[in-house]
Design a protein around this ligand. Structure first.
Ligand code: GLP
Length: 256
């Protein structure tokens, strides 16, 4: 795992966008993996800037969002379908028909999860996956205690995750859905390249467990230690609890 500590979010966004630009320059019809949350917002803005300048095109690309709430009505402003259109698809030249999100309003969410997993495989798998991390160590919505080899499934949200996301529901945790459809950890691990963005002191413990902790279901993101091509981009606050911080600064983007 490459551990890259940057002084600000804009530098991180440029580095992640550089990687994405390389992937899609070599493979214009590749597959981009998307995450919601605040962590990737600057990356999406940077991608938008590069598309506008002609440095990048996603016109032939496909994209797959990591997860979706179960039970929100279609068109609800907090569905990840709505959010990802707002923060990503509306800013780049991707065909909206090629932006895929699990169907959280399906009559049979378990079947919708199976269908979604198959759709990713049929598209040839994810070439570059953008990731954030929850303060409890989740990626997508793979919460602590789940299988480290799961595929796309219906899962429950911890109280911590619902509390973290209550800010999008007027601070009212009772309005945050209790379940989701999420890509599994093995689904995410199948992505050919991964870039994770970790910002702020609230993520410092999760960052430390991810980079230096034991691989465990308690901190699901730790499975990424097994990924052959994953980079973790942290700001100073998120990196503040790393024991070997001086070493990561020394090896820098060359990684380890
Ligand atoms: C949600 C999403 C995750 C995201 C996490 C962190 O739980 N399901 O994909 O990584 O939030 O969000 P943020 O980046 O806003 O801290």
């Amino acid at each position: 795992m490459k551990v890259i500590i940057a002084s600000n979010e804009a530098d991180i966004a440029r580095m992640v966008a550089d990687d994405i630009q390389s992937v899609f320059a070599a493979k214009p019809d590749g597959v981009l993996g998307l995450a919601t949350g605040s962590s990737p917002l600057a990356v999406y803005d940077e991608l938008g800037t590069r598309v506008a300048s002609g440095a990048l095109s996603l016109a032939q690309a496909k994209a797959f969002q990591l997860d979706e709430y179960v039970g929100l009505p279609q068109g609800h402003e907090q569905t990840y379908r709505y959010v990802i259109n707002d923060i990503f698809a509306s800013k780049v030249d991707i065909d909206p028909a090629n932006v895929h999100v699990p169907n959280g309003a399906a009559a049979d969410p378990a079947q919708a999860a199976i269908d979604y997993e198959q759709a990713i495989m049929q598209a040839g798998g994810v070439d570059y996956q953008i990731l954030g991390i929850g303060s409890d160590g989740h990626i997508a919505f793979n919460e602590p205690g789940g299988s480290l080899s799961s595929r796309t499934h219906v899962g429950g949200l911890t109280a911590q995750s619902r509390q973290d996301n209550a800010r999008f529901f007027d601070g009212d945790i009772s309005r945050v859905p209790t379940h989701c459809i999420t890509q599994g950890l093995e689904t995410i691990m199948a992505a050919r390249q991964i870039g994770m963005v970790i910002l702020g002191a609230g993520k410092a413990q999760a960052a430390r467990e991810l980079v230096e902790g034991a691989v465990s279901a308690r901190w699901p993101a730790t499975i990424l230690q097994f990924h052959p091509n994953a980079s973790v981009y942290l700001d100073e606050e998120a990196a503040s609890q790393l024991e070997l911080i001086d070493f990561y600064r020394e090896v820098g983007v060359q990684g380890n």
